[in-house]
Design a binder for this molecule. Structure first.
Ligand SMILES: Cc1cc2nc3c(=O)[nH]c(=O)nc-3n(C[C@H](O)[C@H](O)[C@H](O)COP(=O)(O)OP(=O)(O)OC[C@H]3O[C@@H](n4cnc5c(N)ncnc54)[C@H](O)[C@@H]3O)c2cc1C
Length: 566
């Protein structure tokens, strides 16, 4: 019998165990070892915010199989025949001898492990803002089981009154919700002009408004410049504009950088993103060494550029590919990512796939077309919830480039369908006739994703002239002379209104009230309603009666991100 192939995996959280388990399924005789720095294995890090926030109480649920068995070294050996060594850090890779050197973090014992194929899945490390005071007690990240245990203890003890979350990305907003639910007063601080950079500003602002409505404060465009302390303990943070926020706890969530030092020291190629360079088989610059997960850089399938995409789904998918490639001769590929992400923040779901308008422009797409829609996610009689969606497409080819969606409705399936459309390089026209599942408990007869494609197609073909909320606000602020028409009913207008100088002419009354419109047929008229469907119908009617410059406020009142009169 040929000698068993020796596979050593460095890192034992997501990508590592996935690659080891897949390798085992491919080869029952391989000698597979996972060397893991943390004391735990296979931690469901994406679940940390929900443990901290009290969605569940038993931390072992983060470490268990669906049937409740903890994934410890005994489990790995018994169930999978994989040796898993914990609390042990790999300190060096010797590519000539094909060995790794590891050190036990408690005993200091040094061991050497030979390999035929090596897998690096060392993950990423949180970036700390380079400001004074970052060593004060009370400053943490939420990256490890230890961090999760620390924050959960804080929640359970109930002594902390004020906390600052620094960074408005996925982990920052999830942490904000978790701590706010624990009864701690939260301020979320973001140095950029908006939270959630995978969204465009207007959708991020809707989310910010929702977080504020849940009594957490959000401060944007204002970086933390100092942690303030007394006797070694955090007492507050100072922002660039001089504001001081008193707090006993600060959670830093300002992004992560790939753990690629070990690979770099071994002479493996590391890219400009800081991630380990791999080919489409996830092979590093050494053909016997593979890498996967947060420590690598991958290709953005839309732009073709290298990117660092630290997502749990990608780590698992890549781990599975590597697990095959370390065993079989005919390797499988991981072509790249379109950067799909989703999270929940209080009652809102937030997701995006592909390029936002700002990322498309940054990547050199100039001839793009976008639209924002707002609509219920199912019929009203089934308990509809709002979804605000933005779609980005290439005007010339019609190719779908990106979709973002926020709101209390079912964001997940819209983003999933959009992600597959982008993967398949579909056009907006393809989407307008897509056959998605429909029954009243799940969606309107024309799903929100398809309806948004319809509106975008109307815009692309010139049937509808849309105008964004941001453009309308700029016109209002500049005092531009235009006619703003709210086509809703008087009751709706009484309950909620923008208060930007609009005239209420309900759609049903418009035919009789055309005389109330401007005499100048070339004057700019901007129509809207709750979600701008009646606004669109009003615009068509007005245009058909000779007015030439009629636009529709995209998404209507529900997608208006600015302060309203009511
Ligand atoms: C709070 C939180 C919420 C998240 N939510 C989501 C989400 O909802 N959706 C999503 O897609 N992604 C989410 N992520 C991201 C996701 O968890 C990561 O992308 C994923 O865990 C990456 O897996 P990985 O195996 O590459 O790295 P990691 O999970 O970081 O594991 C790497 C492991 O390598 C070990 N290690 C490092 N260096 C060495 C060494 N020299 N020797 C031995 N071992 C070493 C470390 O101890 C670590 O356990 C979240 C992350 C966090 C922290």
């Amino acid at each position: 019998m040929p000698e068993a192939r020796r596979v050593v995996v460095i890192g034992g959280s997501a990508a590592g165990p996935k690659s080891a388990a897949k390798a085992r399924r491919m080869d029952q005789h391989a000698d597979i070892t996972i060397i893991q720095k943390s004391p735990d294995l296979s931690m469901a890090s994406c679940g940390y915010p929900y443990f901290v926030g009290g969605t569940f109480d038993n931390r072992n649920q983060l470490l268990s199989t669906p049937t409740g068995v903890i994934r410890d070294p005994k489990f790995f050996m018994k169930a999978k025949g994989i040796q898993a060594i914990t609390s042990t850090e790999v300190t060096a890779i010797d590519r000539e001898k094909k060995t790794v050197t590891a050190k036990h973090l408690e005993t200091g014992e040094v061991t050497v492990h030979p390999y035929d194929k090596l897998v690096i899945t060392t993950g990423a490390t949180p970036i700390m803002p380079p400001v004074p005071g970052s060593d004060l007690k009370g400053i943490t990240t939420l990256q490890s089981m230890r961090d999760a245990d620390y924050l959960r203890k804080i929640r359970d003890e109930g002594n902390i009154k004020n906390a600052t979350v620094i960074g408005g990305g996925l982990i920052g907003v999830e942490t904000c919700e978790a701590l706010q639910l624990a009864g701690i007063k939260i301020t979320l601080v973001e140095m950029l002009p908006q939270i959630m950079m995978f969204l465009d500003w207007e959708l991020a602002k809707l989310l910010e408004n929702h977080i504020k409505a849940k009594s957490a404060d959000v401060i944007t465009n204002n970086p933390v410049v100092e942690f303030l302390g007394d006797n070694g303990k955090l007492t507050g943070v100072r922002l660039k504009n001089g504001t001081e926020l008193p707090c006993e706890l600060a959670v830093v969530a300002t992004g992560v950088r790939p753990n690629s030092a070990l690979a770099r020291e071994a002479g493996l190629e590391v890219g400009e993103t800081g991630g380990i360079v791999v080919n489409e088989y996830l092979q590093t610059s050494d053909p016997d060494i593979y890498a996967a997960g947060d420590c690598i850089e991958t290709t953005n399938l839309i732009t073709g550029r290298k990117t660092h995409a630290p997502y749990g789904d990608l780590a698992n998918l890549q781990g599975r590919v590597v697990g095959q490639n370390v065993i079989v001769d005919k390797p499988v590929k991981f072509p790249g990512t379109i950067q799909t992400g989703i999270c929940k923040v209080f009652d809102y779901n937030v997701g995006a796939t592909g390029l936002s308008e700002q990322s498309a422009r940054k990547n050199g797409y100039e001839d793009i077309v976008t639209v924002v829609t707002a609509a219920p996610d199912k019929p009203g009689f089934m308990g509809a919830k709002l979804l605000v969606m933005k779609m980005v497409a290439d005007q010339g080819s019609g190719r779908l480039l990106g979709v973002q969606c926020v709101g209390p409705g079912d964001v997940s399936k819209r983003i999933a369908a959009a992600a597959m459309a982008i993967h398949g390089k579909l056009t907006v026209a393809d989407l307008t006739v897509a056959d998605l599942p429909y029954a009243p408990p799940y969606s309107p007869a024309i799903d929100n994703l398809i309806a948004t494609a319809h509106v975008l197609e109307n815009k692309m073909t010139g049937r509808m002239k849309g105008i964004s909320s941001v453009e309308v606000k700029a016109k209002v602020d500049a005092g531009e002379d235009m006619f703003l028409l709210d086509a809703r009913g008087p009751d709706e207008y009484e309950q909620m209104r923008l208060g930007i100088g609009e005239v209420l002419i309900p759609l049903g009354a418009l035919r009789e009230r055309l005389n109330d419109l401007p005499e100048d047929k070339d004057k700019e008229i901007i129509c809207f309603c709750k979600i701008s469907l009646r606004g669109y119908e009003a615009a068509s009617l007005i245009e058909a009666n000779g007015w030439t410059n009629v636009k529709v406020l995209e998404g209507g009142v529900m997608a208006w991100p600015f302060a309203r009169e009511k």
